[in-house]
Design a protein around this ligand. Sequence first.
Ligand code: NAP
Ligand code: 8YV
Length: 327
Amino acid sequence: MTGVEDGGTADRGTVLQVCPLLPTLETALATHHHTVRLAELPDPDAYLRDHGREVVAAVTSARIGVPNDLMDALPALRAIVHFGVGYETTDVARARARGIDVSNTPDVLTDCVADLAVGGLIDLMRRLSAADRFVRRGAWASDTFPLSVKVSGKRVGILGLGRIGRAIARRLEGFGAELLYHSRTSVEDVSYRFLPSPSALAAECDALVVAVSAGAATQGLVSASVLDALGPRGYLVNVSRGSVIDEPALVSALVKGGIAGAALDVFAHEPDVPRALLDLDTVVLLPHIASATHETRQAMGELTFRNLHRFMTEGTLVTPVPTAASS
Ligand code: NAP
Ligand code: 8YV
């Protein structure tokens, strides 16, 4: 994984591995740096009290980040390296104020997340998972599976036209989709129609695909009124974060038929999935797997390691998060 000659761990300071990571990444960290795995220590609080000041870099996942109390326990921390593109779990403004650099893993996971979003949309509209359940429970012997909804040629709204949103849109061009979007800023180099708000976007599309970044600014962005605008014939796909959708409002809309269905890779309180969704045939439920292929996780691990290693040897990061990032 590493592609580096240096096997020394010497006196560069301690790397804190905050949570379990990809095994090949864990091995690379342990081989090339003095790495301490916080989750494996018998008494993590005692370690932080006695050795916290030795830690110069923390490696963590997008899901866990570096919580504020942990950041506070590491006075010499200078870099936070995320395995994942999302980093809303770390307070980046707080880190920057302390002179701590932050990195993530953009681009290397874009294809897989976009593939899964399109797969989720097709599953949802053509009811693939529901049809699979129909066959498995033996219903085909006595019943006909109901007709579903055509995917090709539909109007699809992308909420968040960033790296992943654009990759989803490019794939859907191949399905003859009419593409619309809402993003924080309108994008110059695409022909898709910009809508001024999530509600305006939802009102105009057959399916809404959510790919915005998470944080305070997008908390609950897909609100009850956005779901109302999507309406009983509208489909929702979420590959962003659970926090971006008002989850109780979504559950209520799905239970009452306020929207036609949803494919969800992410949830507000993972791994908890709202009980009411488990019995609904109009919902595709996925355990946060959009980037979870061998190829992409390996690439994420390699980029994570490159960030950490360059920081430890040269003091800079390969893919620092944007300067304006605050959550
Ligand atoms: P990105 O390139 O930064 O795209 C994020 C997009 O969201 C940008 O277009 C951004 O607009 C837009 N946005 C941010 N705040 C907004 C707001 N308040 N209103 C409207 N749009 C807003 O990031 P990416 O690489 O595409 O990743 C997007 C997200 O996907 C990640 O942050 C992560 O949460 C999620 N993700 C999930 C999985 C999974 O396993 N399900 C895997 C990878 C990523 P600007 O360009 O104007 O900033
Ligand atoms: C991973 C993700 O599941 O990159 C992200 O933001 O959500 C996913 O790729 C996550 O990084 C695992 O920590």
